[in-house]
Design a protein around this ligand. Sequence first.
Ligand SMILES: Nc1ncnc2c1ncn2[C@@H]1O[C@H](COP(=O)(O)OP(=O)(O)OP(=O)(O)O)[C@@H](O)[C@H]1O
Ligand SMILES: [Mg+2]
Length: 408
Amino acid sequence: MSTSNASTTEVSGRSILLDQVTKRYPGQAKAAVDGLTLEIPAGKIVMLVGPSGCGKTTTLKMINRLIEPTEGRIVLGDEDVTSISGDELRRRIGYVVQGAALFPHQTVAQNIATVPKLLGWSKERIAARVDELLELVSLDPNTYRHRFPRELSGGQQQRIGVARALAADPPVLIMDEPFGAVDPITRQRLQEELLRIQEELQKTIVIVTHDFDEAVKLGDWIVVFREGGRIVQYDTPERILADPADEFVENFIGSGAGLKQLTLTRVRDVELADAVTGAAGTPAAELLKRAREAGHNHAVVLDGQRRPLRWPSLRRLSRMDLLPAERDDEMPVVAPTASLQDALDTMLVSSAGAAIVTGRRGEFAGVITVEVIMDAITRARESAAEVAEDAPIGLNTEAIAVVSGDPS
Ligand SMILES: Nc1ncnc2c1ncn2[C@@H]1O[C@H](COP(=O)(O)OP(=O)(O)OP(=O)(O)O)[C@@H](O)[C@H]1O
Ligand SMILES: [Mg+2]
């Protein structure tokens, strides 16, 4: 029997269904969320975006019933959780609030232990879990477990907030603007960390954000809401960028949809351009001749392990005798995991107007050029034009009425 799938991570997340859910706050004429049906697939990250007051937080908090829906059902996996105890439900759904909101008089370890303690875990089990989670969010347990929240940076507090939400290994994680309060560089690091953690854990994660770029970067799916929790578009980031449902979504995306598309594609996913290569210590004239024949302006010098050392122009090459073995640290190099956006940044500051791509062990893999990037954007557009087969459901009740009223 084949066990070739052993390395594939198992989806630990459970699907969520909001079934015709409405929230009317007392004294409000209009519903904050109106007849919303939203299916959130297991093991995916779904981003909720839309203008202020459109009902994102209300929608999110109805998932763990911190806000009780006025009408409708909440289903977790295949279990209707609309009327089970709210406390019981919230132990199964990790919740990360903006600014982390840690308990100020409790240590990091106590904060993380909140839910396990409620669940009656033993001291030893809790201590082990705290350390495991601190490792997971890249904080050294010995350094941090006894600190108080005020002794941490904003980004570290946010990490502890994520660790606390994950403590009892809930299948679902909901986050309200989790990275809104940190500086852009820390935010980027936290986003990457979340993606890494998700690759490992495969939770079902719902995130509210104001930042459309964040939605594109993190989301498997994005819901664009307008006022009243009305869905304008529920689609993959690729499709929302390539084919926004209407002007409202277009405005929401903002300018530079093409540039945002570049953040979605990784260097390893594109077909690279070729280059002529020569080994260090061999005659430069020989490499020059081959590069001329190929019609290239540059050629790559490699070391014994086929790692790039330098990338001289043919003019510089013509002044060399033997190909030098010293590495040129200015050489524009990108990794296969870099986004096309990162690659473009590197290319723009390089004199060659292109960049060298290396593989996992640093070996030469090819060259990325503007043409390669243009080609990738065109392909992304074309493939985004096809609607995903596994698209989850997202609509509001008035839309159901229209569909069921249709005689065909
Ligand atoms: N407790 C409440 N009582 C009455 N109205 C409320 C209450 N909470 C929210 N609302 C109203 O419900 C609507 C949706 O609010 P919600 O907090 O869900 O918006 P949001 O999309 O999260 O906005 P933001 O991006 O500003 O956080 C708003 O019009 C808001 O004024
Ligand atoms: Mg909100």
